[in-house]
Design a protein around this ligand. Structure first.
Ligand code: THU
Length: 133
């Protein structure tokens, strides 16, 4: 059973692979599914800046491409350039797409290099929902 520290260490490892030649801001993400499997992602930038892909969405896309269909339960996010590297708004909406009653746990590293957890609905209340009236 992987601990939150294990997940954060995996996010740290993959942040080393970030392709971030424009911002120099590396990010790594590790998603844990109820299957027990983890998938990694890093940010991938582009000379057309707006096309940059965030680490979180890269990790989720990888999980889907690998055929993962269990519940996304945790995500660890790490940047060597920032303490508490929260997911951006777009990534919060992506996480919301795969959220369940369990509420995805978001694991970050705090100022003292300890793991700290937040829950998706806490940091992203009133998300967009495709409800047609
Ligand atoms: N970035 C992420 O990978 N995740 C986020 O949630 C926010 C930002 C990346 C995008 C870009 O490559 C760099 O960080 C600076 O914005």
């Amino acid at each position: 059973m992987l601990t939150n520290t294990d997940l954060l260490n995996k996010a740290k490892q993959v942040s080393n692979n970030a392709y971030c030649k424009y911002s120099k801001f590396a990010v790594g993400a590790c998603v844990l599914y109820s299957s027990g499997k983890t998938y990694l992602g890093c940010n991938v930038e582009n000379s057309s800046y707006g096309l940059s892909l965030c680490a979180e969405r890269n990790a989720i896309s990888t999980a889907i491409a690998m055929g993962e269909n269990s519940q996304l339960i945790k995500i660890a996010i790490y940047s060597p350039s920032s303490k508490k590297c929260f997911p951006c708004g777009a990534c919060r909406q992506w996480l919301q797409e795969f959220n369940s009653e369990k509420n995805i746990e978001i694991i970050l590293e705090d100022e003292n290099s300890n793991c700290i957890s937040y829950y998706l609905t806490e940091i992203f209340p009133y998300s967009f929902e495709l409800n047609v009236i």
